[in-house]
Design a protein around this ligand. Structure first.
Ligand code: SF4
Ligand code: SF4
Ligand code: SF4
Length: 270
């Protein structure tokens, strides 16, 4: 469908990870009204309808993901099986019903619990500013396979933490600076650098708004089951403590999150 430049410009202001969805919605609504071209008026009409119907569109949570599952070459993991499990968990928790019971006045999107999944540390879906952020992670492991000394791994590492060692004739990885993006694994033709621990990093407590805060990362890399359990724990804590739309990020201090990372327990109440 044809878009005039002003309409294109307006939709480009929408965060890129929801832009595709917004474009599709503008087009769907314009087609339903028999409009042959998308102008600024069509974009604004969709925006108005969205704001007027906000309450009826709410689900009690927002779950989004990066473009990894549609085939991004940077993926450290494929979160395709994880996302529907998280969705089912959030649905089952009836967060919309919870918000209706605990929020005085109109429900707003900013009350909703925000969860996002990114398939690599590039973090395109912004886990750092979500209540619960999940990031795909693949730690490299140096194996005994023969090394061709091509140094592709050294060139591939965006963090510059792989060094060639003349002494051993193999690469050496400075693990403290490795963010588990898995690029060196993908670059190695011989599996001399192979996938080691693979799963998800988890960050909790990020938000924007009047008092923005970046999420705090739990230590380690977690498998799918553990990620699900962490989200369950977050939901239980959130429902026990949130009133009037307080976000998880407002309920948990950095110390609380660090304590959870160490003990697997949130404070009983806050
Ligand atoms: S987070 Fe990584 S895998 Fe996902 S879209 Fe961005 S670069 Fe691709
Ligand atoms: S996983 Fe990424 S950051 Fe870590 S060593 Fe490999 S390329 Fe570098
Ligand atoms: S570990 Fe792999 S990518 Fe790195 S130098 Fe050896 S063969 Fe090449």
């Amino acid at each position: 469908m044809k878009w005039v430049p002003e309409a294109e410009k307006a939709v480009k202001k929408v965060p890129f990870f929801v832009r595709k969805r917004v474009r599709a919605r503008v087009e769907k609504e314009a087609i339903a009204e028999g409009k042959p071209v998308i102008t600024l008026a069509e974009v604004q009409a969709t925006q108005r309808r969205y704001l007027n119907n906000m309450e009826s569109e709410m689900r009690g949570y927002q779950l989004d993901s990066c473009f990894g599952p549609s085939g991004c070459a940077n993926r450290a993991v494929d979160s395709t099986p994880l996302i529907p499990r998280i969705q089912a968990l959030l649905e089952e928790a009836d967060l919309l019903g919870f918000l209706k019971q605990t929020v005085a006045g109109k429900l707003r999107f900013h009350h909703e619990l925000r969860v996002t999944v990114a398939d690599c540390p590039n973090a395109c879906s912004q886990p750092q500013i979500k209540d619960i952020g999940i990031l795909g992670a693949c730690r490299p492991a140096v194996t005994d396979n023969d090394c061709t000394q091509c140094e592709a791994c050294v060139d591939a590492c965006p963090e510059d933490v792989i060094f060639w060692s003349d002494e051993t004739g193999r690469p050496r990885i400075e693990t403290s600076g490795c963010i588990a993006c898995g690029k060196c694994v993908a670059a190695c033709p011989t599996e001399t650098i192979a996938a080691g621990q693979t799963g998800y990093r988890v960050q909790l407590g990020g938000k924007l708004g009047r008092h923005p805060r970046l999420a705090t990362e739990l230590p380690g890399i977690y498998d799918e089951e553990r990620v699900i359990r962490i989200i369950q724990d977050c939901i239980v804590f959130y429902k026990a403590n949130s009133r009037n739309g307080k976000r998880l990020a407002e309920l948990l201090s950095t110390a609380d999150i660090e304590a959870y990372g160490a003990t697997g327990r949130f404070p009983d109440s806050c």
